[in-house]
Design a protein around this ligand. Structure first.
Ligand SMILES: NC(=O)C1=CN([C@@H]2O[C@H](COP(=O)(O)OP(=O)(O)OC[C@H]3O[C@@H](n4cnc5c(N)ncnc54)[C@H](OP(=O)(O)O)[C@@H]3O)[C@@H](O)[C@H]2O)[C@@H](O)CC1
Ligand SMILES: Nc1ncnc2c1ncn2[C@@H]1O[C@H](COP(=O)(O)OP(=O)(O)O)[C@@H](O)[C@H]1O
Ligand SMILES: [K+]
Length: 506
């Protein structure tokens, strides 16, 4: 699903009005109808008081149209116009008139107004600012936002939580509505999925306004939200007469004394994700452990008991992982250099592999094109240096990915894959996956997909999706706390199956 920037959202709006030969207020009515329908379904037989705070632009217009629909359906509504300017939009004025025709005169709130009471259990509709915000909310508007945030109401933001920019980091986090749910129009917005701003949006619902399909299909976007439909399209079905040679040989290099478990997890994950063959390369101390815990894998060892040192590899894998549980000793770093120099296929570098690259930046030049790096935010910081906000982080990451022609997976609650100037945002996964070893599982999955012939970017995007989905199944069974990394491996089958189920449980 494409994530459009502000300019293209306005363009989509305009082109739809032209091509469908409609007035702009028709889109506003569609927006209001969608939110009304959503709200009615959620509320069922409950009728709490609904307080609608409406700005004087089109976001406010949406709020006024929604107020009319609610009023006519018997809901108790309190409507406030947040009167921050005289420059009212035409569709705001139209919907204000319509509301008045329905005998509802909103209360106008200005600089010196008392703030309305917002009793616990009521609902607040935040239609103060939408995508038109161009500076931080300040003064009495900020106070109003804080009043909403400190109330114990359920807050639903129309399109965007008021005060949140679409294209840059907030300059005043105290001046943004904290929504429980955001009902956003047609396109997901990038800021709803970034660590610093996601909390303002709460649960995100995307509703369709029937905007011009051709414009949406033909307009390029830099960022994408990966839905089940997207993931489904990435899947490569298996041929009836396929044999294990068709699904590649994956090499997993990692481990050190006390950290062989990471390689066990990645090896199992690579096999369960479908690689034809998996060989693990560990220090001697890992040999028995791997052979007994993953009999399906082959094991070779480095000529050292406890850590990896440069070692001859006498076959050509279709993909390799380096770094999990490896430590970052001098000889281990030398081994990475050897692997990079001899590489016949893209490498996936994780954990200590990334830490070694951060300490020996000369090695970055040796990365084979389309290698995949999977840092968590700590590792990313070591690689790129610090950043002042999420947007700077993404820009630095894009520059890095372009410079070294690699795919970067920034792991987290909404992991982001960066390649060729594009961002792919994942939505599967849950806090149960914040547990030791879940990153090792991800490395195994992605590398397995590369071995099976998936392009590196697709392997990363699809692998992150499957990993999160498997984690969702794992948590569904026993709750977040109970999940351990192995459960993610054990639910990979469910994750694959869910791609094609009519009604996936998850
Ligand atoms: N996408 C779609 O297809 C559809 C979109 N629709 C809806 O339209 C919404 C966008 O509407 P919009 O363009 O009128 O902008 P909106 O957010 O209402 O605010 C603009 C006003 O805010 C003002 N202002 C800004 N910052 C400020 C500040 N800090 N403090 C004070 N004032 C500030 C600014 O004033 P100015 O800076 O010009 O003085 C201007 O007056 C969109 O989010 C969605 O809800 C639907 O109706 C149907 C289809
Ligand atoms: N709150 C969360 N929501 C979704 N996914 C998460 C969450 N926390 C962690 N994960 C996922 O779990 C994995 C953790 O990786 P990492 O930090 O490398 O763990 P480890 O080093 O212990 O293996 C990543 O893929 C990350 O996206
Ligand atoms: K809003």
């Amino acid at each position: 699903m494409k994530i459009f920037n502000k300019e293209n959202i306005y363009k989509a709006d305009k082109i739809t009005i032209k091509n469908q030969n409609i007035e702009s207020e028709v889109l506003m009515e569609r927006a209001a109808i969608q939110i009304f329908g959503w709200l009615k379904t959620q509320l069922q037989e409950n009728f709490p008081t609904i307080h609608l705070f409406c700005g004087i632009g089109n976001n406010g217009g949406d709020g006024l149209a929604l107020a009319r629909l609610l009023l006519n359906d018997g809901y108790e509504v309190e409507v406030y116009v947040v009167n921050f300017s005289d420059k009212r939009s035409d569709d705001f004025l139209l919907n204000l008139a319509r509301l008045k025709e329905n005998k509802l005169w909103p209360e106008f709130i200005g600089e010196n107004s008392d703030l309305p009471q917002l009793p616990e259990g009521d609902i607040v509709i935040d239609a103060i600012f939408g995508i038109g915000l161009n500076r931080s909310a300040a003064g009495w508007i900020k106070e109003l936002i804080q009043h909403i945030n400190t109330s114990k109401t359920y807050v639903i933001a129309v399109d965007v939580p008021s005060g949140l920019y679409l294209d840059k980091a907030p300059d005043d986090k105290e001046a943004i509505v904290k929504a429980n749910t955001t009902i956003t129009f047609q396109f997901p917005k990038l800021v709803f999925f970034l660590p610093e701003t996601a909390e303002f949006a709460g649960n995100v619902e995307i509703v369709d306004l029937g905007l011009d399909r051709e414009f949406i299909n033909t307009t390029t976007s830099e960022a994408f939200l990966i839905s089940r439909n997207d993931a489904q399209r990435l899947y490569k079905p298996r041929a009836k007469f396929a044999h294990k040679g068709d699904f590649g040989h994956c090499l997993i290099v990692g481990g050190s004394y006390g950290k062989i478990g990471s390689v066990v997890l990645a090896t199992k994950a690579a096999l369960r994700a479908g690689a034809g063959k998996v060989t693990s390369l560990v220090p001697e101390c890992g040999y028995d452990i791997l052979q007994s815990t993953v009999p399906e894998a082959m094991v070779i060892t480095a000529f050292n008991d406890n850590f990896l040192i440069p070692t001859e590899i006498n076959f050509k894998p279709q993909s390799s992982v380096f770094g999990i549980g490896a430590g970052k000793g001098k000889k281990t770093a030398k081994f990475l250099e050897q692997l990079l120099t001899d590489a016949h296929s893209p490498l996936l570098i994780d954990a200590d592999g990334i830490n070694i690259l951060a300490e020996h930046t000369d090695l970055l030049e040796l990365l084979p094109e389309k290698s995949i790096l999977t840092p968590h935010p700590g590792e990313l910081k070591r690689l790129l240096g610090d950043w002042k906000d999420d947007f700077e982080k993404l820009n630095k990451a894009k520059d890095f990915s372009k410079k070294y022609k690699v795919v970067l997976v920034i792991k987290g609650a909404f992991s982001i894959t960066i390649a060729d100037d594009n961002l792919y945002i994942n939505t599967t996964g849950n806090p149960g996956m914040a547990t030791a070893g879940s990153g090792d599982v991800l490395s195994g999955i992605i590398s397995s997909l590369v071995a099976q012939g998936y392009d590196a970017t697709i392997a990363a995007v699809f692998g992150v999706y499957l990993h999160g989905k498997a984690g969702d199944y794992a948590a569904q069974e026993n709750g977040f706390e109970f999940v351990i990394a192995e459960d993610i491996v054990n639910n990979l089958g469910n994750a694959y199956k869910s791609l094609f189920q009519q009604h996936p449980e998850n």
